[in-house]
Design a protein around this ligand. Structure first.
Ligand SMILES: Cc1cc2nc3c(=O)[nH]c(=O)nc-3n(C[C@H](O)[C@H](O)[C@H](O)COP(=O)(O)OP(=O)(O)OC[C@H]3O[C@@H](n4cnc5c(N)ncnc54)[C@H](O)[C@@H]3O)c2cc1C
Length: 425
């Protein structure tokens, strides 16, 4: 499902570089404080609250007895064709947006809306790279602009790999000019919750309040022939017994996908051997004007820090150890300082500046590539199809490319079927 970037519109959004000759560096939306914080200064953790984007429909779960056959308020360019989407992460929301823009009706089923809203837990920023932003622009330039406006550009400064203890650079890489030279938008770092809420808001604007239903835990699917029409259909089957029927089902339910489990039936996900602590803090390093994104490397451990704008830094600390490790309550920072306390002051300061309750921990899994992502009326995309480790910052980006391509393919198939509505029997 790789996207051919040549098919994407180039240099459309405001602020993009329009010429490969004269390269304009857009101003970073980050706030540069008047007083920088260095290693010698005391570090006091301050709690950061994620910005909220209003999104009424994702605030409530599906109502009991809700109409389960799909009746969206979408202008039907593909009459009769309906797509059921299992999971409202980056994949599911981007696919819904992409389909709705093409006039294809869909219904997103999400088991837990807090996964979109992220309340109660800081689900930190992710990099939305040029490939994904280009896909988003192709899907909906207005939404893409909105997302870019909420993001922070790190490529206008140094990005690279350095020694964890000394901080000496091993390699610096340029994420800015390669994008600009190809007419692609420049990579942004954006809060994951903000990204998902902007996508959800756009989906609801186009599809109506009930387009994203919460409390819908999909456990299986069934392909069947509709008695009345004689057409092949597919139903997503929920834990509570409800069925949502449509012409196609897309499993966007992440690395532990139930749809994938039924379709592929493969082995459990593979543990990467690394656990990952992550945090976000209201803290500005002394070299913020010079360094945007930096990976500190060590033996069996590494630490990633990134400016995320508005005076905040996001960090990830990876440590090689067996899966399933737990920390005693309130002891995560202590553990991190045990592991990284002798590292470069930029690492130590960031850990110290993060409130204990904002430090999260998860084990990192991925899956070996498979090359069958669809069967019958069911397809996989995003992490359910190709879960990868976070080191390239591409999992969510590839999901957006998937959404662009899959929606194009679905619309093209519907058109090929003679604009007659649902895909043939
Ligand atoms: C530490 C870390 C850092 C990362 N950084 C980046 C980055 O910088 N850039 C990047 O592009 N990617 C990054 N990634 C990868 C990225 O987070 C994933 O690739 C992306 O979230 C995949 O999106 P998805 O929608 O396919 O799956 P998910 O985000 O897992 O979403 C799945 C959704 O489906 C729902 N769901 C699950 N099961 C069911 C079910 N049975 N029924 C109904 N709903 C269900 C879930 O609640 C969730 O809302 C990072 C990952 C990690 C772990």
């Amino acid at each position: 499902m790789l996207l051919h970037t040549s098919s994407l519109p180039r240099c459309q959004a405001a602020g993009h570089v329009k010429s490969t000759v004269s390269i304009h560096v857009p101003a970073s939306p980050r706030l540069v404080p008047s007083c920088h914080h260095g290693s010698a200064a005391p570090v006091s953790p301050r709690r950061w609250t994620p910005p909220s984007v209003s999104c009424p429909a994702v605030l409530e779960a599906a109502r009991p007895g809700q109409q389960e056959r799909l009746e969206g308020a979408v202008p039907e360019l593909c009459p009769g064709l309906t797509v059921v989407i299992a999971g409202a992460g980056i994949s599911g929301l981007t696919l819904a947006l992409s389909l709705l823009k093409k006039g294809v009706k869909c219904q997103v089923l999400e088991r837990d809306l807090t996964a979109i809203r992220g309340e109660g837990k800081i689900r930190g920023p992710i990099q939305v790279q040029s490939n994904a932003l280009a896909a988003l622009e192709a899907i909906d330039p207005v939404v893409a602009d909105d997302i870019m406006a909420h993001g922070c550009i790190t490529g206008d400064r140094i990005n690279g790999l350095c020694d964890g203890v000394s901080g000496d650079w091993y390699v610096k890489f340029d994420t800015f000019h390669p994008a600009v030279e190809r007419g692609l938008p420049v990579t942004r770092v954006i809060n994951r919750v903000t990204l998902q809420q902007l996508l959800a808001e756009a989906v609801i604007r186009l599809g109506g309040e009930d387009m994203i239903l919460g409390g819908c835990h999909v456990t299986a699917y069934e392909e069947f022939v509709d008695r009345a029409s004689g057409k092949k259909q597919v139903a997503a089957i929920l834990e509570d017994g409800r069925r949502f029927e449509g012409d196609l089902l897309v499993g966007t339910d992440g690395i532990w996908s139930k749809i994938r489990q039924q379709m592929i039936g493969d082995a459990p996900a593979h543990y990467s051997e690394y656990t990952c602590y992550t945090g976000i803090s209201e803290y500005v390093p002394a070299d913020i004007d010079v360094v945007g994104y930096r990976v500190f490397l060590g033996n069996r451990q590494y630490f990633v820090s990134s400016d995320v704008g508005e005076g905040r830094m996001q960090w990830y600390a990876f440590h090689q150890e067996p899966a399933g490790g737990q920390d005693s309550l309130g002891q995560r920072k202590a553990r991190l300082l045990q592991l990284f306390g002798h590292w470069n002051y930029n690492v130590v300061d960031l850990i110290k500046a993060t409130p204990e309750e904002d430090v999260l921990r998860r084990d990192i899994y991925d899956r070996a590539p498979i090359f069958k992502w669809a069967q019958g009326r069911v397809a996989l995309m995003g992490d359910s199809a190709h879960a990868m480790q976070p080191n390239l910052g591409q999992g969510g980006c590839m999901a957006m490319e998937d959404a662009f391509q899959l929606a194009n393919d679905i619309a093209a198939m519907a058109e090929k079927a003679g604009q007659q509505g649902a895909l043939g029997p």
